[in-house]
Write a protein that binds this ligand. Structure first.
Ligand SMILES: Cc1ncc(COP(=O)(O)O)c(C=O)c1O
Length: 413
């Protein structure tokens, strides 16, 4: 059980939590732009000396305002749907710094690639290769990478080689040379690189290095058969800590140095595409306590959000440290289970929270920036929360909260 921090009136990005809740309501998804910029800078500063390019995985969180903000950074952007692409375009993110991922691209998405709304495609499978080739003119070839399933499967504290058959993504190592041969016979496609992403929330360097070693071996084969392979994207997956006072699970400088060490002398450019490690620490979810009750021996603190605005605790056991940011009193602490308000047992973890906590108090879950809003749903027909940027005591709404009318907007009646 984790003891949480306590403040009678704390701030997010210099803005009192009470003010944010009063202005925008709760639940509320808050992005601190100073923290975001710091994390962007940290990754770029670690990668740049090693010649490693950085992309941001939009799936972790994207809205038009963040795309606009990202456009002013040196980062590229990995998009994996028309929705992410259009969002990036609305934010003015340049096409030449975007590329397309995904293992089941629609005809419209492939057309967007051919129309150069992104710089290149990362092809996942043979069917995609054939469909893209069929709509591309040899007079105007499209740049592509191949997503390789290197058979490295990373877990939080370990990795295994699976031989590639354990996940659906990409071309298995053994299948890659045949894909190289197919592309060689297609003048409308230019193979410019290889890509391998092995998982998320990885806490060590070794699996990234093992993944890169496999990709380097394949790149040699591709180049030997005449493909202009110039880049290897090592994927995302850099893990983050649960609470602000926990140590960072990955030393980014150690990681980037290790990657460069393996690729040195090959003439290949390296890239990474983290999502979580860039956005997670900048995000907080602000909730209002709706009820505090004791059932048997358990005390439940029920907040006005839950699995609809953050499915990750239920989906894969994600934990976020709650911080009481606005309360009437500061009494002694007691164990409590934090729970949402949905019609599921949407418990968010067991913590030690103030005994005096009462309906109306505000709790912030920290480090929720990644895969929280982007995975939110309308379960129970709840509206998704508003998203607010904060910085230096200023706040700005970038996505408004969905109302019941918004939830109804697609119903045909
Ligand atoms: C292809 C690809 N790249 C990058 C990422 C980002 O991973 P993370 O947010 O863990 O850095 C993902 C996440 O699933 C992914 O599928």
């Amino acid at each position: 059980m984790t003891t949480t921090s306590f403040a009678v009136d704390a701030a997010l990005g210099g803005v009192p939590a009470r003010e944010l809740a009063a202005t925008y309501g709760t639940p509320l998804f808050v992005i601190d732009l100073d923290v975001f910029d710091l994390e962007v800078d940290r990754v770029v500063r670690s990668c740049a000396p090693h010649g490693i390019t950085v992309g941001y995985a939009a799936k972790a969180f994207l809205c038009a305002a963040l795309a606009e903000h990202l456009a002013a950074t040196p980062l590229r952007l990995d998009v994996c749907s028309l929705g992410e692409l259009v969002t990036a375009e609305r934010g003015g993110f340049p096409a030449e710094r975007m590329y397309f991922h995904g293992c089941g691209k629609t005809a419209e998405e492939l057309q967007a690639i051919v129309d150069r709304r992104v710089a290149f495609d990362v092809i996942d499978n043979d069917e995609e290769l054939a469909r893209l080739a069929a709509i591309t003119s040899p007079a105007d070839p499209v740049d592509v990478m191949l997503r390789i399933n290197t058979g490295i499967e990373a877990h939080t504290h370990a990795f295994i080689r699976t031989g590639g058959e354990n996940t659906k993504f990409g071309f298995a190592l053994a299948a890659a040379p045949a894909a190289f041969a197919r592309i060689a016979a297609l003048p409308q496609l230019r193979l410019i690189g290889l890509h391998g992403h092995i998982g998320s929330q990885i806490a060590e360097t070794a699996p990234f290095v093992a993944n890169l070693d496999e990709l380097l071996g394949l790149a040699r084969i591709a180049r030997a058969s005449g493909h202009p392979v110039a880049e290897i994207i090592c994927g995302g997956g850099i893990g983050v800590e649960e609470g602000p006072d926990d140590p960072r699970p990955v030393d980014i400088d150690e990681l980037t140095a290790a990657l460069e060490g393996r690729a040195r002398g090959t003439g290949l450019r390296l890239a990474v595409e983290p999502g979580r490690a860039v956005i997670a620490r900048a995000g907080s979810s602000l909730y209002r306590v709706m009820a505090v009750k004791t059932q048997g021996r358990r005390r439940f603190v029920i907040v006005d959000g839950g699995m609809a605005d953050n499915p990750r605790p239920l989906l894969y056991g994600a934990r976020h440290l709650p911080e009481v940011v606005a309360a009437r009193a500061a009494g002694p602490d007691e164990p409590a289970t934090l729970a949402g308000r949905s019609c599921e047992n949407d418990e968010m973890g067991d913590y030690v929270l103030p005994r005096d906590l009462a309906a109306g108090d505000l709790i912030a879950l920290r480090i929720t920036g990644a895969y929280t809003y982007s995975m939110a749903s309308n379960y129970n027909r709840f509206g998704r929360p508003a998203v607010v940027f904060v910085r230096d005591g200023h706040h700005r709404r970038v996505i408004r909260a969905e109302t019941a009318d918004d939830v109804m907007r697609l119903d045909v009646v």
